[in-house]
Design a protein. Structure first.
Length: 256
């Protein structure tokens, strides 16, 4: 399979620091029980992790015996994912491929994941629809699609501009990551301010990318139109029902 190399400025720039930005030990401890329970319930063994970033969900599942393939549009993220797999001695395959390009893998999966608010990076309804059809194409009959976005119904209604900052320290080096939105008529700009201190001074840079809010009602309609017959929406990884006014996340579990 050929790989396309297209710049993804925010994520290419963040690739080297992404594993400092995310507390993977804490995040995976919180999220993996949800996936393992779901996969047991549906006899899942083969998993596609789309928009996988540096590969930690894929590698955690590989460590637990699942057959995993990861994809991401950022070649630099995939390069780091492959290095993380090599460092861990794990057998997981990673490809450069964006959302909507997964059928060209020529493979079929029991489950597909699209986590980390990735689907809102598609900026038109047509792109979202094509991506959902693409997911359906690579899933076996009865296969599962799990989408995890921020609850953008609430973010949009309340104009929630700032997210909690993240910090990381290694010796005398320190990183701070500040995320915030700019709101427009129909889209958001997602900004990442990255500060790094070494010695007595700070260096800083800002990267940004556009998002299109994907609301629960639109995702439900898109999944139905893509051929998913059963869809359940949760508001967190504890399986609380989704509430547009209070939930932190929008997690969709859709069965083909």
């Amino acid at each position: 399979m050929s790989q396309r190399t297209r710049p993804v400025p925010l994520y290419d720039a963040l690739a080297a620091d992404y594993d400092r930005f995310v507390n993977w030990q804490g995040r995976l401890a919180h999220e993996l029980p949800f996936f393992e329970r779901l996969f047991r319930e549906h006899s899942v063994r083969r998993v596609l992790d789309a928009a996988c970033g540096t590969g930690h969900h894929a590698l955690a599942l590989a460590r637990r015996g699942y057959d995993v393939v990861g994809t991401d549009l950022s070649a630099l993220m995939i390069e780091q994912a492959r290095q993380n797999a090599a460092d861990a001695g794990l057998d997981a395959t990673f490809h450069v491929a964006g959302l909507g390009e997964l059928a060209r893998l020529g493979q079929t999966f029991d489950a597909a994941l699209c986590l980390g608010n990735s689907l809102p990076h598609l900026l038109t309804a047509a792109e979202v629809a094509a991506a959902l059809v693409d997911f359906a194409t690579v899933l076996r009959p009865g296969g599962l699609l799990v989408i995890q976005n921020r609850n953008l119904d609430r973010v949009w209604a309340e104009r929630q501009r700032f997210m909690a900052p993240q910090a990381h320290r290694e010796g005398d080096q320190e990183w701070l990551f500040v995320r915030f939105y700019d709101f427009h008529a129909t889209t958001l700009t997602f900004n990442m301010l990255r500060l790094r201190r070494e010695g007595g001074g700070w260096a800083q840079d800002v990267q940004a990318t556009e998002l299109r809010p994907l609301f629960q009602c639109d995702l439900a309609q898109g999944l139905a139109e893509a051929g998913f017959g059963q869809v359940t929406f949760y508001g967190d990884y504890g399986r609380s029902p989704f509430d547009a006014g209070t939930s932190g996340d929008l997690i969709a579990v859709a069965q083909k």
